[in-house]
Design a protein around this ligand. Structure first.
Ligand code: UDP
Length: 390
């Protein structure tokens, strides 16, 4: 029997042995969505992993509020490398991660998504000869103007293991000649992250009551991407569309968007909206689960909509998550289609809720973290020829 076949048997019969064998994983991340989506791996690894938080998102509302809900860890390194220009941030983050890896080498480096922190983690792993795992690999918007697209492509080609959420992501990687043995289709860890954090009915009711909202009678909106908030005209159009929706619009205001609103003098366009600070993950999920419709340019929220079975209007030029198009999501440019699509969802909220309930999420069944650990064990088998616990 080959080492790999042996290993598969160990994975199925005795997952704790695999975790101990893989032990020493270093998870490098620096933003709100990375913390949220790596939480299931943190839970699974427990004390067998270190987390290096670069501080790319350093705002209290995007970091501390999210970290408060994460499993506590003694091995949490905060680097505080946030802010500054992209190149400068990348350079400083690589050196800072590099220093942590020099003193706490671990056995493998895990990065998630498409941020500067993820790219820095990927490059630092190589300096130390450590295998690299890319969680959420193979996403492609094919929009080469996006820095995130550059980061994704680079990380995928550096990674020893690309954990692709869907078959489409796998196909993207194969089309770029990433060898099949470096790819595992795992689903997306957002599914189990969401399930672990979603509050029950009574807590959801309390969240809604706190804002004077009723189930299915409001919209939830988040807008923060540079393409939407760095251009005054586009931001004004989006806020104007949100302000004209025929239901209350709850708008957790991202710090980047708040700065743009101030800078461009667009404060009066916020007046019709229920503006909130960025919310904790659990509170945000409560609001998302009960909304009639979500309007967003976020990547993670598109995936979450498919788990919560809520419709999402994606305000972007392009998306790297086409899997939800035609069911949970519709891609629209900044402009009048925001209002038109919202009207379509709002005219029969109960009917759409019933219809979406029957669509499975394309992002898997909530076992992505376990699948990633299993695939990771196989990578280590290939590298060392054996897996030994402890
Ligand atoms: N989110 C949150 N509180 C909020 C708004 C969003 O916890 O007030 C969560 C949301 O559920 C999703 C993640 O933050 O899991 C999305 O982060 P963001 O939009 O910053 O990044 P992206 O997904 O676009 O990379």
């Amino acid at each position: 029997m080959s080492a790999t076949a042996d290993f598969r048997e160990v994975v199925t019969s005795c997952p704790e042995v695999v975790l101990a064998a893989v032990g020493g994983a270093t998870l490098v991340c620096g933003t709100r969505p990375e913390l949220i989506k790596l939480a299931p791996l943190m839970r699974l690894f427990g004390d067998e992993c270190s987390v290096v938080y670069t501080g790319q998102h350093y705002d209290e509302s995007l970091y501390s509020r999210i970290r408060a809900d994460l499993p506590p860890s003694n091995r949490f390194h905060e680097l505080g490398v946030g802010g500054g220009r992209r190149g400068d941030q990348l350079g400083r983050t690589i050196s800072a991660v590099d220093e942590v890896l020099a003193t706490h080498p671990g056995r493998v480096v895990v990065v998630q998504g498409d941020t500067t922190s993820a790219l820095a983690g990927a490059l630092a792993a190589n300096t130390h000869g450590l295998p690299l795992v890319h969680v959420e690999a193979g996403l492609r918007s094919h929009d080469r103007a996006m820095p995130e697209e550059h980061n994704r492509v680079l990380i995928d080609h550096l990674a020893d293991l690309c954990c692709a959420p869907t078959e489409l992501n796998r196909a993207n990687l194969l089309a770029e000649n990433v060898p099949p043995h470096r790819i595992a289709v795992t689903g997306n860890t957002v599914v189990e992250a969401l399930r672990a954090a979603l509050p029950g009915d009574r807590e959801r009711e309390a969240v809604l009551a706190g804002q004077g909202l009723a189930r299915d009678r409001y919209a939830l909106a988040t807008i923060h991407r540079p393409e939407n908030v760095d251009d005054p005209g586009r931001l004004a159009v989006i806020l104007g569309e949100l302000g004209r929706l025929p239901v209350p619009v709850v708008f957790p205001l991202h710090p980047r968007t708040a700065k743009s609103v101030d800078r461009f003098g667009l404060g009066r366009l916020l007046e019709p909206l229920v503006v909130l600070e960025p919310q904790s993950y659990t509170t945000f999920l409560a609001l998302a689960a009960e909304a009639a419709v979500i309007v967003s340019d976020s990547g993670g929220i598109q995936e979450e909509a498919s788990v919560l079975k809520r419709p999402v209007i994606v305000v972007r030029r392009s998306t790297e998550r086409p899997e939800i198009a035609g069911t949970f999501g519709v891609l629209v440019p900044a402009g009048p289609r925001i209002g038109e699509e919202a009207a379509r969802w709002l005219e029969d909220v109960a009917g759409h809720r019933e219809r979406l309930r029957h669509h499975p999420s394309p992002y898997g069944d909530g076992t992505a973290a376990a699948r990633i650990v299993a695939a990771l064990g196989e990578v280590l088998v290939h590298r060392t020829g054996s897996v030994t616990a402890g």
